[in-house]
Design a protein around this ligand. Structure first.
Ligand code: N01
Length: 536
């Protein structure tokens, strides 16, 4: 890996982050002739996959879909081995792409961006890192990820714990051996649901502390059939084009009929078929599951029945079967043997819905006056999603306006791409864009392509700056809220609304209006001469 001297640099654009968004932004903008400096906190590319090395970490979008689509050559040159790639394979893929495109030469690793300040006079951003770098750039592109700011909750006594503790989103690179250990896992979102069965297979004793049960669907992961891999390479470009024209951004066709419009038997058959196929396709069984509470309840009942069939202890099954939110309104999980794990004699589920963890003690955790003695604690407690990574950087725009101040009431963006008061700053998959609600790689490519075209347009027409207008931003925020209110999503206390971070303003952050619709809106804005943006 290259080492670069600390220096004051000038370049056309700084890209913050070398995950999938930063890697593609670097490639695309460099291709358009811009000089780029990327800063990355980790010591390699991969972003969220670089950090999330917990046992069982695996993508929940099928491998053939969770890859870049901008180059058929790159797609053809890579062969996935499993239906859902595990974290190490995704890192190998990131390495493959980085090598193919010779990306690392423009990335400075182990360098965390601490501030990005806009200078009104020179219309340049000054970006600084914790390694003392300082770069002046015309454009600042935030490829900081939606789920990259990991969060360990404030639990009294946490610092007194004698043993090691880990966060799933900042896992040690040389792994952790839980053999013979008593382990506590706090949290039952995707990271908990994936890691719990694998930790259970190793540990002597496992205690799972569950505040909210989540719906999980079977992944039915399997080795890739070589014939399928070859066929999918052949059809890759056409498939990707087709997927980009859908609102779900997924290959599996959504069934465009309402759950309430078919007979009970038919519905059961369809649910069963989609459950048996594995993956998120279950949630596109019908077109009203996200906006009709009754239809949603039918799908939720189906899954709750499945949980009760798998988990042998009826009381544990009841605790695991979510009833406090419509299915899908908290991010669904995909699992391998998650519910089955609770049938193991050495695994104990502790319900902390009513009685939170009182404190962490030197030897364990105490709940409801009872002490659970453990050797290690795993925090599968998630992220300050969508805004956390941006707000941990001191970002100041025109007239010294700080992003933290601007977003005190929640994030405000235009299209999730630009922010009024912050000229020439772009967010990739920012709040207000479909991002986390679709295959994020598709969302990333659409954003980066839009940004690259926008910069081309500025240069071709002699503009030096672009900034979202406040009115356009207000209208967009209103539209994003209105779209969310047409769905059941706001009913859940999810990270989509920031409910997992105490004190975070409750705002539905991603855009739920559909990928293809959103893509059309962005294209229309560009075609109309960047409507809603001021070009200077
Ligand atoms: O985080 P989460 P995650 N005391 O926020 C609990 C993506 N992802 O890392 O629900 C006790 O979902 C919290 O409880 P509650 C995916 O988009 C993808 O699991 O807030 N418990 C919850 O159970 C996913 O949605 C993949 O009541 C506390 C859990 O911790 C997103 O990342 C894999 C607590 C956090 O769940 C985040 O997933 C992994 C406290 N004080 C992640 N604070 C794949 O591609 C929090 N919790 C497969």
């Amino acid at each position: 890996m290259e080492t670069q001297a600390r220096a004051v640099m000038r370049c056309d654009a700084v890209v913050v982050g070398a995950g999938f968004a930063g890697m593609y932004a670097l490639h695309r903008l460099r291709q358009r002739g811009l000089s780029i400096q990327v800063f990355e906190a980790g010591d390699d590319v991969g972003g969220t996959w670089y950090w999330n090395r917990y046992p069982g970490a695996r993508c929940d979008v099928e491998s053939v879909e969770y890859q870049y689509g901008f180059s058929d050559e790159i797609a053809r040159g890579w062969t996935w081995t499993e239906r859902y790639a595990a974290q190490p394979e995704i890192m190998r893929y990131a390495d493959y792409v980085a090598k193919r495109l010779d990306l690392r030469k423009n990335i400075k690793f182990e360098s965390r961006v601490t501030s990005a300040i806009f200078d009104d006079e020179s219309r340049r951003w000054t970006v600084e890192t914790d390694r003392g770098d300082r770069v002046f750039a015309q454009f600042c592109i935030m490829a900081t990820g939606c789920l990259s700011a990991s969060r360990v909750p404030e639990i009294a006594g946490r610092e007194t714990f004698r043993g090691p503790s880990y966060h799933t989103g900042a896992w040690p690179h040389d792994g952790v051996d839980f053999s013979g250990k008593r382990v506590a896992v706090i949290g039952t979102g995707s990271s908990g649901v994936q890691s719990i069965p694998v930790i259970a297979a190793q540990a002597e004793r496992l205690f799972v502390f569950q505040r909210t049960p989540n719906f999980s669907l079977p992944a039915l992961n399997a080795p890739m059939d070589p014939d399928f891999v070859e066929a999918s390479k052949e059809s890759f470009a056409a498939d990707r084009k087709r997927v980009r024209a859908t609102n779900s951004g997924a290959m599996m066709a959504a069934n465009d009929e309402p759950a309430l419009g078919v007979t009970l038997e038919e519905r059961q058959r369809n649910f069963e078929a989609r459950w048996g196929r594995g993956g998120f396709a279950f949630m596109t069984s019908y077109n009203d599951l996200f906006n009709n509470i009754e239809a949603n309840r039918l799908a939720a009942d189906f899954v709750r029945d499945k949980i009760r069939k798998i988990v042998t202890n009826p009381q544990i099954a009841d605790l695991l079967a979510p009833t406090n939110h419509p299915i899908g309104t908290k991010r669904l999980c995909l699992d391998t043997n998650y519910y089955e794990t609770y049938n193991l004699p050495h695994v104990t589920l502790i319900d902390i819905t009513q009685t939170p963890i009182e404190r962490i003690t030197p030897g364990g955790l105490s709940v409801g006056g009872r002490e659970y003695a453990v050797d290690s604690i795993v925090f599968a407690t998630g992220f300050d999603a969508m805004t956390g990574a941006l707000l941990r950087i001191d970002i100041r725009g025109r007239d010294g306006l700080s992003l933290r101040e601007k977003w005190t009431g929640g994030p405000r963006t235009y299209l999730g791409l630009g922010i009024a008061g912050f000229p020439n700053l772009f967010t990739i998959t920012g709040p207000g864009s479909p991002s986390v609600l679709v295959n994020v790689i598709i969302a990333i490519e659409q954003h980066v392509d839009w940004i690259a075209d926008c910069i081309d347009h500025l240069r071709a027409n002699g503009f030096s700056a672009i900034e979202a207008q406040v009115e356009a931003e207000d209208r967009w925020v209103e539209h994003v809220n209105q779209k969310a209110d047409e769905t059941l999503y706001p009913l859940a206390n999810s990270w989509y609304v920031g409910a997992n971070v105490p004190g975070k303003p409750r705002v539905f952050m991603p855009y739920v209006g559909g990928f293809a619709n959103y893509d059309r809106i962005c294209a229309g804005v560009a075609a109309g001469g960047y409507e809603g943006f001021s070009l200077a």
